[in-house]
Design a protein around this ligand. Structure first.
Ligand SMILES: [Zn+2]
Length: 275
């Protein structure tokens, strides 16, 4: 059966359109049929799979650290609110120390998001194989820059908190500054949401080629379940916590799959003409 759409030989890049699908590449004699399959991640060699695995591990540990720090930040936020109310009853008392500490915790959270972004950068490493149009390839730059932007927005928001209270300890924060701070957190929320959707969509496209059926299934479920848990679930407080826990389960499945792919990549020699 002749190939009627443009397909490059996955080994040498020769254009296979018009050739028979059960033949071999005229340039390198590699079976044409193997270029028609979606390339498995392991076919790119152990170094490439190791890069993806390291990326997945950074995403896992970074997400876990960010979740713990977020929880600490929420507790601190409540403490700040309570002391602010108590202070306002006694007149304009000195508040600021707790806010600055809360800002520092926020900065640590931003660093954890930085590790997550680094992980996504590695996981979206372009494949060295000649076939560029792998599923999800178009999402790569989006995942990379949105993940980085999410970390940067988180850091900026925390720095703003520290600067705000550090410079005006005890003073009343002006309405304009408070509005700016609110705008920044709103903007970082939008970036976080966009980053989440591109990340999960990329995982959904990547998982079958690891292969990691578990990660693929989790990605299909979490793309709608996480937004539900974070919005509706927030009314029951534990919603975002469950969302994070489920994301960690997905990232763990990803790491397991990539670990197996790495073993497969080490076991099989690179494809040759006689493969
Ligand atoms: Zn070829």
């Amino acid at each position: 059966m002749p190939i009627t759409w443009p397909v490059a030989c996955r080994r040498c890049g020769y254009q296979l359109m018009g050739l028979s699908s059960d033949g071999v590449c005229p340039e390198c004699a590699w079976p044409v049929a193997r270029s028609l399959l979606e390339p498995m991640v392991a076919e790119n060699g152990p170094d490439f799979v190791r890069c993806l695995l390291t990326g997945a591990s950074r995403i896992f540990w970074g997400t876990l650290a960010a979740a713990v720090l977020n929880l600490a930040g929420s507790v601190l936020g409540i403490a700040v609110a309570v002391t602010t109310i108590a202070a306002s009853r006694q007149g304009p008392a000195a508040v600021g120390g707790l806010e600055i500490f809360s800002g520092l915790v926020g900065l640590c959270t931003a660093a954890a998001y930085g590790v997550v972004a680094w992980g996504w950068w590695m996981l979206t490493e372009p494949e060295p194989s000649r076939l560029r149009d792998v599923p999800g390839a178009a999402l790569r730059p989006w995942v990379r820059w949105l993940s980085l932007s999410a970390a940067a927005a988180s850091a900026f928001s925390s720095l703003l908190t520290i600067a705000l209270y550090g410079s005006s300890a005890g003073a009343v924060v002006s309405g304009a500054v408070a509005a700016w701070a609110m705008l920044v957190s709103l903007l970082s929320l939008v970036v976080l949401i966009a980053a989440f959707f591109t990340q999960v969509l990329f995982l959904k496209a990547l998982a079958p080629r690891i292969p990691s059926p578990a990660a693929a299934q989790w990605a299909s479920v979490l793309i709608w379940l996480v937004p539900v848990l974070v919005t509706v679930g927030s009314c029951f407080i534990v919603g975002p916590l469950i969302a994070t826990a489920l994301q960690l389960v997905m990232y763990h499945a990803l790491r397991t799959g990539l670990g197996q792919a790495l073993a497969a990549a080490r076991a099989t020699p690179p494809p040759g003409p006689d493969a």
